[in-house]
Design a binder for this molecule. Structure first.
Ligand code: 4AD
Ligand code: MG
Length: 427
C-alpha cells in the first residue's frame, strides 16, 4: 500500500499496483452502480471509480466537492480516463467533509475573484503558481551564474524613488514614511560593498490605472552593478530573459499544455534582442498616430503597437530626460536624452526599465531640483557620489508582467496568488 502522489500514477510509474493517495474531491458523478471521482492533489488530478460492491461505496457516497480524503485502490491504464490512468478504489476514508462548495461552473468572474482564497485550489491557479516558482528559481539561477549576490532591501522608506504620484504614504509611529516603489537606490548603496547585487522583493505603487498590467503590490526583480554601461545592461537583461524562457520551455511543458499557453514562443527567445531608440519608436508610431511627437511618454497603446511589429522581446532606449526619473544619467553632449532603456514584449508592452545612473553629484543635485525633489532628503544617496563614485547601471523587471506575457494571461491579477489592486485586498 504505497502512498504516492497523483503525478507518479499519471507518469505511468504505478501501473497495476496498489496505491494510496491523499487529496481533495475535484468532481463527482454518481451512477446507480458506479461513482466517478476526480481527486486532486498538489501534483495533478486522477479519475477514481468506486463500484457499488466495493467496501469504499458507503464512504464515497458521502463525499462532497472539496472534501479531503484518503483513497486506496489499484492504479491502471485506461484510455477513456482524463490523463490516461484511473484508480479502482477499494477503500475511501473521509478526512474532512466539505460543506457545499461556493465555486461552481456558472459563477461570474467577479464572484470567483472574491473567492480568491478558495479559487487558488483551481487547476489554473495551481499551474500558474508552479510556473511562477520556476521563473523565480531560474531568474535566481541566472543572477548567481553571473556572480551576483542576493540582498534584502527595506520596504519602509523615507524618500521617493519613482516620483510622488504613485507613492503610498504611511504612519510610522509619529513620522511619515512610504512603501518602497523600487529597491534601486538601496541596491546602489550595496554595489560599493558587494559590486554585483540583485533582489527579488515587493514594490508598491499607488497606481489608480485599472489596466491588465497594473498592481498596487508587485514583485520586482532588480539588479545593479558598478563599472557598467548601457550595452552591458542590455546584454545582461537579454541573457536573463533567454535563460528564464529557455528553462521554462524545457521544464514546464506539462503546465503550459494544461493551461493552453503557447510554449514555443519561449523557446524562440534568444539573445540578442532588437534594439531601437525612443526617436525611432516615435517615427514608427507616427505612421498610425500623427499626433505623437518627440518628448511624449509612450503609453500602453503605443507600446502594444510597437510590440506587435516585433512579435518578441525588444529594447527601446535613449528616452527624453524630461520623462525619466532624477537618477537617470544623461548624455554629456545631449542632456535632453537619458541613458535609459525599457524592455518590451507583445501584448504587455514594458516589462522592465533600467539604465545608467547619474554618478556626478552636482548634475544629480541639479536634476533633483528640476523635479522639485529636496536634495537634503537624499543626503545618503549623494554620499555615494562623494565617496568613490563609479559609473553604474541596473534595471527592474516586474515578475507579474513577465508571467502575464509568458503564460498569455488575460490579466496580471492571475499571475500572483493574492493580487492587490485599487479595489482588491481581500483576503
Ligand atoms: O519602470 P519602473 O517604474 O522602474 C523602476 O522602478 C526602476 N527603479 C527599476 C530599476 O532600475 N531598478 O518599474 C520597473 C518595472 C516595470 O517595467 C514593470 O515591469 C514593473 O516594474 N511595474 C509594475 N508591475 C505591476 N504593476 C505596477 N503597477 C508596476 N509598476 C511597475
Ligand atoms: Mg518604467
Amino acid at each position: 500500500m504505497a502512498l504516492v502522489k497523483i503525478r507518479e500514477i499519471l507518469d505511468g510509474k504505478c501501473e497495476n499496483t496498489n496505491v494510496t493517495i491523499r487529496g481533495w474531491v475535484y468532481r463527482k458523478r454518481e451512477g446507480k452502480e458506479l461513482i466517478f471521482l476526480l481527486v486532486r492533489d498538489s501534483t495533478g488530478v486522477i479519475q477514481c471509480t468506486v463500484k457499488k460492491a466495493s467496501p469504499a461505496w458507503s464512504e464515497a457516497e458521502k463525499l462532497t466537492i472539496e472534501s479531503a480524503l484518503t483513497l486506496e485502490g489499484t492504479a491502471k491504464q485506461d484510455k477513456r480516463a482524463p490523463g490516461g490512468y484511473e484508480i479502482s478504489a477499494e477503500a475511501v476514508s473521509i478526512v474532512g467533509l466539505a460543506e457545499l462548495f461556493p465555486i461552481t461552473k456558472d459563477k461570474s468572474e467577479e464572484f470567483i475573484r472574491d473567492m480568491r482564497h478558495l479559487w487558488l485550489r483551481s487547476r489554473k491557479m495551481n499551474l500558474v503558481m508552479k510556473v511562477r516558482a520556476k521563473v523565480l528559481e531560474y531568474a535566481r539561477e541566472y543572477f548567481e551564474k553571473e556572480s551576483f549576490t542576493e540582498v534584502s532591501p527595506p520596504m519602509f522608506i523615507s524618500a521617493a524613488v519613482e516620483g510622488g504620484s504613485t507613492l503610498f504614504g504611511l504612519k510610522y509611529f509619529d513620522q511619515n514614511l512610504y512603501l518602497t516603489q523600487s529597491s534601486q537606490l538601496y541596491l546602489e548603496i550595496l554595489i560599493y560593498s558587494l559590486e554585483k547585487v540583485y533582489c527579488i522583493a515587493p514594490s508598491f505603487r499607488a497606481e489608480k490605472s485599472r489596466t491588465i498590467r497594473h498592481l498596487t503590490e508587485y514583485w520586482h526583480m532588480e539588479g545593479e552593478w558598478p563599472f557598467a554601461d548601457m550595452n552591458d545592461l542590455m546584454q545582461f537583461e537579454e541573457g536573463l530573459m533567454e535563460h528564464v524562457c529557455q528553462k521554462v520551455a524545457q521544464n514546464c511543458q506539462k503546465e503550459f499544455a494544461e493551461l493552453g499557453a503557447d510554449i514555443n514562443k519561449l523557446s524562440e527567445v534568444k539573445a540578442p534582442f532588437p534594439r531601437i531608440t525612443y526617436a525611432e519608436a516615435i517615427e514608427r508610431l507616427k505612421v498610425k498616430n500623427p499626433a505623437l511627437k518627440w518628448g511624449d511618454d509612450l503609453g500602453y497603446e503605443d507600446e502594444k503597437v510597437l510590440a506587435e511589429d516585433f512579435g518578441k522581446p525588444f529594447f527601446v532606449y535613449d528616452y527624453p530626460t524630461a520623462i525619466k526619473a532624477f537618477y537617470c544619467k544623461t548624455y554629456r553632449d545631449r542632456p535632453e536624452i537619458a541613458l535609459s532603456v525599457d524592455m518590451m514584449v507583445p501584448k504587455i508592452g514594458e516589462i522592465s526599465t533600467g539604465g545608467q545612473r547619474e554618478e556626478d553629484k552636482d548634475i544629480l543635485i541639479k536634476r533633483m531640483k528640476e523635479q522639485d525633489l529636496k536634495p537634503e532628503d537624499y543626503e545618503w544617496y549623494l554620499d555615494l557620489r562623494r565617496y568613490g563614485t563609479v559609473p553604474h547601471a541596473g534595471f527592474g523587471m516586474g515578475l507579474e508582467r513577465l508571467l502575464t506575457w509568458m503564460l498569455d494571461l488575460d490579466n496580471i491579477i492571475d499571475s500572483i496568488p493574492f493580487p492587490r489592486t485599487t479595489r482588491r485586498f481581500y483576503p
